[in-house]
Design a protein around this ligand. Sequence first.
Ligand SMILES: Cc1cc2nc3c(=O)[nH]c(=O)nc-3n(C[C@H](O)[C@H](O)[C@H](O)COP(=O)(O)OP(=O)(O)OC[C@H]3O[C@@H](n4cnc5c(N)ncnc54)[C@H](O)[C@@H]3O)c2cc1C
Length: 290
Amino acid sequence: MEFLQPRSLPEALAEKAERPEAVPIAGGTDLMVELNFDRRRPEVVLDLTRVPELGTWDRSDGVRVGAGVTYTRMVAELADDLPGLAIAARTVGSPQIRNRGTIGGNLGSASPAGDCHPPLLAAGAEVEVASASGGARRIPIDEFFTGPKESALADGELICAVHVPAATGPQQFAKVGTRNAMVIAVCSFALALDPSRGRVGTGIGSAGPTPLRALEAEEFLQGELSSEGLWESRGPLGEAAAARFGELVAAAARPIDDIRGTAGYRVHALGVLARRTLTWAWGQHRTGRS
Ligand SMILES: Cc1cc2nc3c(=O)[nH]c(=O)nc-3n(C[C@H](O)[C@H](O)[C@H](O)COP(=O)(O)OP(=O)(O)OC[C@H]3O[C@@H](n4cnc5c(N)ncnc54)[C@H](O)[C@@H]3O)c2cc1C
């Protein structure tokens, strides 16, 4: 196996162009499992851990999070700007996995169960990708996932960063697993409230062939909050509205039965997670605490 170790992003893109078959490795927490179980045997591996441009984040255009930023850093450094992503990052694996695993690797695997995906969908993120020949382009997050473990990343492209609008209101994330730590989600749900634009964003994980948005639920809640003047009054949200929101989120799921849970359980649990996260987030909006 050849192991390429570029020292800059242009070098990494040039090596990927020259060796399109090269498989990128960041934290290795997904890729090494595949290698260890002999599910994949790449001839060329492209190590991205020495590419400094991928390991930074800044507030240049929304919040631009480099593909190599780890879960540990999302928790420690991004909780104010991107609280939904930070809450999700806190639930990932174990300290060892959070120290190695990256946002770019989560997107690269494009698993329907990836924990970064629901908060990125809820916040309306864009994925910045680049190739040596085509330069950089941005893919809206809801066009990024094209099938189970498949993405819109083209041959020769690397994921460089994710652009996420900084939160202007409460964001929440909740996940059901078969135990509390070190589990892939049975299902998960993220909610982002943006009072400045009257926008509600959602993201569903592990309950469809790709991570999904619950568009009808978003529209319903936006309508409720606007027509009742609740964004401004910060009044209580009726139980019926929260229950309807839960039903619409559950209806947006397209789950299957698998080793982690049944489709029926996932639909039920998503309704509960949606109501629960809405109650938390609306409570935060009412009290002004995040
Ligand atoms: C014990 C354990 C527990 C886990 N728990 C969770 C969990 O709770 N939640 C969760 O979501 N995941 C979990 N995972 C999966 C994994 O940790 C995450 O998906 C992680 O984000 C992968 O990041 P990485 O940097 O390690 O990716 P890598 O393994 O290095 O790469 C993953 C894939 O992305 C590609 N890739 C990496 N970087 C780029 C890039 N810049 N451009 C293009 N392609 C790229 C690689 O080629 C590979 O196909 C767990 C894994 C293990 C082993």
